[in-house]
Design a protein around this ligand. Structure first.
Ligand SMILES: Nc1ncnc2c1ncn2[C@@H]1O[C@H](COP(=O)(O)OP(=O)(O)O)[C@@H](O)[C@H]1O
Ligand SMILES: [Mg+2]
Length: 274
């Protein structure tokens, strides 16, 4: 691991209370998140499980203040002592990337197609004044990419996103989310496009950040193996609600809610059909 993440991390705690998000789309209102409460303490990881359409991505985006254009949000999202609900776009932009890192489900949503990956990393470091000047920011870029599992960081830094494979774009998005040393990382299925070795490397990085640097991690995944490896706690979402939550080992070994049990049985080797 490089020293790039050795900069001081300010511990953050996430507290979500009774959060409801209604999308107003062409098909009428969709209650994507329906009264969700959860907490993630510093130095712990919460894995959010649940089938497609259960509201995981809407929840993740709402936590960073990007619920969607026509979304109606109710409830409370607190980052340590800051209530995010009351903040304007400018204040949120100062928190996003600096105090909270976010890896979207689609890495292309994180990357500017028109700019080289290295320039995007340099820009986020400068915007949040993490490094002292442009030269120092540029110098930090290869280490950030290396830490995110990129084998040839110099080439990747010089590339535009479209010149990279999906797996490399995903790692670039991870590097961008972690560049400023956030105290909370929200990652939405961040390893889906990665082969097993690189996935292990990225998960090791996350585990390192949680265990050694004390960040709080909210990881959306449908992979029970990932949850078991990274998570301290897990929550199962269905139709916008959390139907069960608890320590990962308990939830995966002895889920109580029938839906959680079915999800776990279907996902674990030898269980269910999938
Ligand atoms: N921008 C949007 N406008 C309208 N409906 C949306 C929007 N985003 C998500 N939805 C709907 O909200 C529900 C939850 O979606 P999503 O949060 O993407 O779930 P997941 O990440 O668990 O697959 C789905 O019914 C989806 O169609
Ligand atoms: Mg999703």
């Amino acid at each position: 691991m490089t020293t790039s993440h050795a900069r001081a991390v300010r511990a953050e705690r996430l507290d979500v209370r009774d959060l409801t998000v209604v999308h107003h789309g062409p098909d009428g209102p969709v209650r994507a998140v329906d009264g969700v409460s959860l907490s993630v303490a510093p130095g712990t990881a919460l894995c959010l499980l649940g089938e497609s359409g259960s509201g995981k991505s809407t929840l993740a985006r709402t936590l960073i203040g990007l619920p969607g254009r026509a979304a109606e949000v109710r409830g409370s999202v607190r980052l340590s002592c800051t209530e995010l609900g009351g903040l304007g776009e400018r204040a949120l932009a100062g928190i996003r990337g600096r105090r909270v890192g976010y890896v979207p489900q689609d890495p292309d949503a994180a990357l500017d197609p028109l700019r080289r990956v290295g320039a995007q990393l340099t820009e986020v470091l400068l915007r949040h004044r993490v490094t002292d000047g442009r030269r120092a920011a540029r110098a930090a870029v290869p280490g950030l990419l290396d830490a995110a599992g990129v084998a040839d960081p110099v080439r990747v830094a010089r590339s535009h996103p479209h010149e990279l494979s999906g797996g490399l774009r995903q790692r670039a998005a991870v590097a961008l989310a972690l560049a400023c040393g956030p105290g909370l990382l929200i990652a939405d299925e961040p390893t889906t496009a990665l082969d097993a070795l690189v996935r292990a490397r990225v998960l090791d990085l996350f585990a390192h950040l949680v265990e050694e640097r004390g960040i709080a991690l909210l990881l959306v995944t449908h992979d029970m193996g990932v949850a078991r490896r990274i998570g301290h706690r897990a929550a199962v979402m269905r139709a916008g609600r959390i139907v069960e939550s608890g320590p990962v080992d308990v939830l995966l070994r002895a889920p109580e809610h029938p839906y959680a049990a079915a999800l776990v049985a279907a996902a674990l080797p030898g269980g269910g059909r999938g």
